[in-house]
Design a binder for this molecule. Structure first.
Ligand code: PLP
Length: 385
């Protein structure tokens, strides 16, 4: 079969490849504790489930306006204004089936064949692949110590073809939360060189130290930033598929055009559920506290073992240790741990970090305890600790 160039150039998702392998092993009855997952294991809060049930019962099961139902667009705009200090109006907001779709539309709307997109790394692999599909080139710029964005490195990477910078704080896979200085550094560069910023803020609620600063809230950035967020991580709603982009009006129209000719609209009753999620009564804090507890546990356990080097992550639910002290690459260690019954993701997938692995602590405390036992055993058997 002759495939399009677009597909031929596209890499398979490294994270989903691990997941496929894990599912295959589990189907054969092998007991694997999954620390490769990128989703909260908690149940979606009850008030959200009930809002969806009410919408279904009321027959809210048809097409909606392509950009999303007006009341949800208004609620998202209000959230962005009050919590993020981003001057968004409903017309700036396009609701999409997952934030992944919002990122994809944004890149497709702005990046042309041959354009360059700067991606500070380590980074979620889909950014690079989305840029490839658009015909553009992802230029990766590795972070400095502690995973801070290398602003000087970004400056050096700018060329006349640079169209966009992708910013992801809190970061997947490192859990790094960018400081105000980093955010300002990116904003100044974007403004100086006339570059758009795509800010993926999907983990904004999951912060344990420091606080979140939206680049779209900085002076003069309103016309330069597309802010993407969604309901998957903050409300344990990964399977519901709902996200959004808040963009300058013309960009929002372009994004909406792409949605009109692909998804048509996000799912009707899920939009009603998302509206309920934004209700301040939705219990988000207990989930954040639970992740904080798990972070403390897993960080101490890994530190005690010895060969993992990492900065304690301030956000999201990942740790991205350097594993060179085991004498193995991230890929080798990940394979060893999988044989020992624990799945992790090799760092190679996140922009070539072959010395690292990503460990997700989005799993129950009980499973995390068992997983650390297994990791210790696997390393012990190889005399690595
Ligand atoms: N952005 C980042 C950094 C992610 O890690 C993920 C999911 O893992 C997404 C976006 C996609 O989220 P959604 O479920 O809203 O499509």
């Amino acid at each position: 079969m002759a495939f399009s160039r677009r597909i031929t150039n596209l890499k398979e998702s490294g994270t989903l490849k691990v997941l496929d392998r894990v599912k295959e092993l589990q189907a054969r009855g092998v007991d694997i504790i999954q620390l490769d997952v990128g989703e909260p294991d908690m149940k979606t809060p009850q008030n959200i489930i009930e809002a969806a049930e009410r919408a279904l019962e009321a027959g809210f099961t048809h097409y909606t306006p392509t950009a999303g139902i007006p009341e949800l667009r208004a609620a998202i705009a209000l959230k962005l204004r009050s919590e993020n200090r981003i001057e968004a109006l409903p017309v700036n907001v396009i609701v999409t089936p997952g934030s992944k779709q919002a990122l994809f539309y944004s890149i497709m709307a702005l990046v042309d064949e041959g354009d360059e997109v700067l991606v500070p790394t380590p980074a979620w692999p889909s950014y690079m692949e989305m840029v490839t599909v658009s015909g553009g080139r992802a230029i990766t710029v590795p972070s400095k110590d502690g995973f801070a964005i290398d602003i000087e490195g970004l400056k050096e990477a700018v060329s006349p073809r640079t169209r966009m910078i992708i910013l992801n704080s809190p970061n997947n896979p490192s859990g790094h939360v960018s400081s105000p200085d980093e955010i300002r550094g990116v904003a100044d560069l974007a403004a100086d060189r006339g570059i758009m910023v795509l800010a993926d803020e999907i983990y904004e609620r999951l912060i344990y130290e420091g606080s979140h600063l939206s680049i779209g809230s900085l002076d003069g950035m309103a016309d330069r930033v597309i802010t993407v967020n969604g309901f998957s991580k903050a409300y344990a709603m990964t399977g519901w598929r709902l996200g959004y982009a808040a963009a300058p009006r013309e960009v929002a129209s372009a994004i909406n055009k792409l949605q009109q000719h692909s998804a048509s609209s996000p799912t009707s009753f899920v939009q009603k559920a998302a509206l309920e999620a934004l209700n301040p009564e939705t219990p988000v804090q207990p989930m954040v506290e639970e992740f904080r507890r798990r972070r403390e546990y897993i960080c101490s356990a890994l530190q005690e073992m010895g060969p993992f080097r990492f900065a304690k992550p301030a956000g999201a639910f990942y740790i991205f240790p350097d594993v060179t002290q085991t004498g193995m690459s991230g890929g080798e260690l990940s394979a060893l741990l999988l044989d020992g019954g624990v799945s992790t993701t090799p760092g190679e997938s996140f922009g070539g970090f072959s010395d690292n692995i990503r460990i997700s602590y989005a799993n129950s405390m009980e499973k995390l305890m068992e997983a650390t036992k297994r990791i210790r055993r696997a390393l012990g058997e190889k005399k690595l600790i």
